[in-house]
Structures are given as C-alpha cells and as structure tokens.
Ligand binder design. Structure first.
Ligand code: NAG
Length: 361
C-alpha cells in the first residue's frame, strides 16, 4: 500500500515535470553535450574545489597503498594525499577515507571497520555511509556485520570493470582505466580520414574464456573487422576504424579512453546490463558508446554497427572526444581530469544521514 502511494506520487511528479522539461530543454542542445547536466556539473565542481574536505584514517594498512604502483589506484591515492581536499580535523570532514590494500577482502575489511568503529566515533554516526575505501575488484558479500556495513553503506571505489556482484549502482564508483600510452592522447587529435575497418579489437588468443571467443572467431573471418593480439601500430589502426570493440569481462579495456580521444566510438561487448562505467553520474554514456550482446554473433553485431546513421555516428564521436579528457589520469592532477572527476563523484555522495549517539549506543 505504502509502495503504491509512493509510486503514485512519483508518477504525479513526473507528470508535472515532463511538460516543463520538454518546453525548456532544447533537444539539439542536450544532445550535443556529453554531460548528464553540464550546468550542475560545472557549478558544483567549483564548489567542490573550495569546500570538499576528507579525513584519512591512520590505519596500519596505509603503507601498502603507497607502495602499490602502476595502477589508477596508486595515482588516485597519491593525488588525494597531496590535494587540498585533505583535512586533519575529522569534525570538518564531509567524508572519511579508510586506506586499505587494493586487494582487500571482505574479511580484512571487517577487521579494519571493527578497529575504526571502536577507536573513533565517526563510523557509528552513519554506519559507514560517509566513509569510502578503494578495492581493485570490489569487495565480496560477507555475513560479518562490519563487512556488511562496509559493503552496503560505505562508498566503494574499484577499477572498471568491476567483478560481477561486487558493485552497487548509485553508491559505488569506478576508476577509469589507466591508459597504456598517455602521450598519444595529447599528441594525436581525432582521426579525419575515412575509416578502413568497421571494427577493431585487441584480442589475446590465450584468453579463451567465455562467450566472446566465438564472436571473435567469427570476426576474424570477416574483412570488415580487424582483430589483433598485440598491434604495434595500435594508434593507426584505431584511427582507421569506425568502432573500437572491447569485451567487458575478458578483454583489455585500458585503451578505451584513447580510442574515444581519437574518435573511434567504443563498443562494449557484454551479455548483461552494465552499471559500473566510469563517471556514470556525470557522462551520458549512451550518447557516445554502444553496448552490444555477443550472443547474436557477428551478424547481429554488424546490424547494430551499420544501423548507426552518419549523423548519430558523428555526434557519438564528438561527444566521446570531449568526454575523454575527463577519463585521463595525470601524474600531476589537471582540472577536470580522472582524479578530479572521481573526487566530484565522491562530492555528490557527501550528504549522509547522521544518527544521534543515543540511537545506537
Ligand atoms: C560503536 O557502536 C558499537 C556497537 O554497535 C560499540 O561497540 C562501539 O563501542 C561504538 N563505538 C564508539 C566509538 O562509541
């Protein structure tokens, strides 16, 4: 019954909002932006730069984070500790960061939470909702109370793509992958010549897992696709391909951002809906990337790819080029880059309910 009323109210609201929206939002203007809401984003971003404060717990795990190298996690960590966002005063903090080893398990997570909930008053105030932690593949479920609160309440930051089942949409965040050749992004603009391939995919034959290998084999027999295990001229092939294909679960997604920057529209091959794309709260992914199931084989894939008309294709390319700069990691963080956009997503998650002491003690 309560659900019904909630639902009815919500629909009523929608009915009110809908006509207003269609009157004020010019379709052309919204379609040419890669952002879900550009106005909110840039105003809110400025506010974040001046106000956002994070308190870092001094846990013994801290050291193992800083020695973790060559991953977006270590870039995130070093950027964070050297940023203006850190405060030594927990009373000033919007969010609390729990440093942990990147391969943290639910079990070791539980141990850390037990420690901080005993030694500090902050976990109990929100049961972890104003806390965040980093775990490369996300944490698994567990029956331990501390681990449950960590998984269900605290914001988890993992690397895209996250192990299935370990990501909670709207709460968790993924780090954009670290591009294999960051310089290429700066030196090379988007391609201008007519593409020679419909699709390009980097595929290692040793990776004989799951469904996509049969699709890959079909593509190998098709001139319109180029499949390579270790392309030496990757940048040239990207530039001569209309679409760049990535197998969500098994492939190498690290060069997805590079592909976007060079105007190769990314296609994610996966047989279930995905909700862990980086900057999911910021970018209009559906306007710049395609998600295609592998089970339809090469025939279905071609149908989808050739079904994108030239006008839509050009738009997808342009938006991808614009969006790519937000997905790039820098050793020295730059405005609006991957580090700052991850921070922005944390900033969006800072409003949490704090419980009075009495309720829980
Ligand atoms: C937080 O709550 C738990 C019980 O849920 C309690 O054992 C612990 O002492 C509390 N922590 C603090 C710092 O008060």
């Amino acid at each position: 019954m309560a659900d019904f009323f909630l639902c009815a109210t919500f629909l009523g609201l929608l009915a009110v909002i809908q006509p207003l929206y269609s009157l004020t939002a010019a379709p052309a203007a919204t379609a040419s932006s890669p952002y879900l809401s550009a106005t909110t984003l840039f105003q809110n971003y400025e506010k974040m730069l001046t106000s956002f404060k994070i308190y870092i717990y001094n846990t013994p795990q801290e050291n193992s984070v800083s020695t973790f190298s060559a991953q977006p996690i270590s870039l995130f960590y070093s950027s964070l500790i050297n940023s203006q966002f850190i405060t030594q005063d927990p009373e000033q903090a919007h969010l609390f960061y729990i440093p942990s080893p990147p391969d943290i398990s639910a079990r070791s997570g539980a141990r850390i939470v037990r420690e901080i909930r005993t030694n500090y008053p902050y976990w109990n105030r929100t049961l972890g909702a104003d806390h965040f932690f980093v775990a490369s593949n996300g944490v698994d479920s567990s029956s331990d109370r501390n681990a449950v609160e960590l998984k269900k309440n605290a914001v988890q930051i993992s690397i895209f793509p996250t192990t299935s089942g370990n990501f909670i949409p709207h709460k968790d965040i993924t780090l954009p992958p670290l591009n294999p050749s960051p310089l290429a992004l700066v030196d090379e603009g988007p391609a201008t010549k007519t593409p020679s391939y419909l699709g390009f995919m980097v595929w290692d034959d040793n990776n004989k897992r799951k469904v996509s290998s049969s699709l890959v084999n079909e593509m190998k027999g098709d001139d319109e696709f180029r499949i390579e295990s270790e392309p030496l001229d990757r940048i040239n092939v990207i530039k001569s391909s209309k679409f760049c294909l990535f197998a969500y679960e098994e492939g190498d997604l690290t060069w997805m951002v590079e592909a976007m920057a060079m105007g190769c529209v990314p296609v994610v091959l996966v047989d279930h809906p995905i909700q862990d794309l980086p900057l999911m709260d910021v970018l209009r992914w559906s306007e710049m990337a395609l998600v295609v199931a592998t089970r339809g084989g090469v025939r279905r894939l071609k149908e989808v790819l050739t079904g994108v008309d030239q006008v839509r294709y050009q738009k997808m390319r342009e938006l991808g080029v614009t969006a790519s700069r937000h997905l790039v990691w820098n050793l020295e963080p730059q405005p609006h880059d991957a580090f700052h956009m991850v921070m922005y997503q944390l900033w969006l998650r800072r409003h949490t309910i704090r419980y009075g002491r009495r309720q829980w003690d």
